[in-house]
Design a protein around this ligand. Sequence first.
Ligand SMILES: [Zn+2]
Length: 130
Amino acid sequence: MLKKIGTTHIQTHHRASCHCGAVVLEIHLPDGIPSPHRCDCSFCKRKGAIVAAVHESDLKVIRGEAAIVRYQFGKRVAEHFFCGNCGIYTHHRRSTNPLEFGFNIGCLEGINPYDLDDVPVADGSPWSSP
Ligand SMILES: [Zn+2]
């Protein structure tokens, strides 16, 4: 668990936001950020975000529910969420565990995701569309 990225400490209830600020999330991270990673599936390789995951009950949309746009592909288990105004990916319901949300570490307030070293890449081949 990562308690800090760069010089920023992860808060127990850390906020995350899209670029324009329409969408704001609050993510419960009492033990820090679990397992930051990238994914090389056909969708994530285009998006390029560093993500981590929490139980669905630990992520709340506290502003901008109406601004959120959803995208699905393939087996349509995962739900990928974006701000419909600025286009930034904020979070997604995971294929690997639909009871979990993945979230964009770059959206966490005060966090520079490029302060992370050696981010592993998960094998996304099971979810890649042709
Ligand atoms: Zn936005």
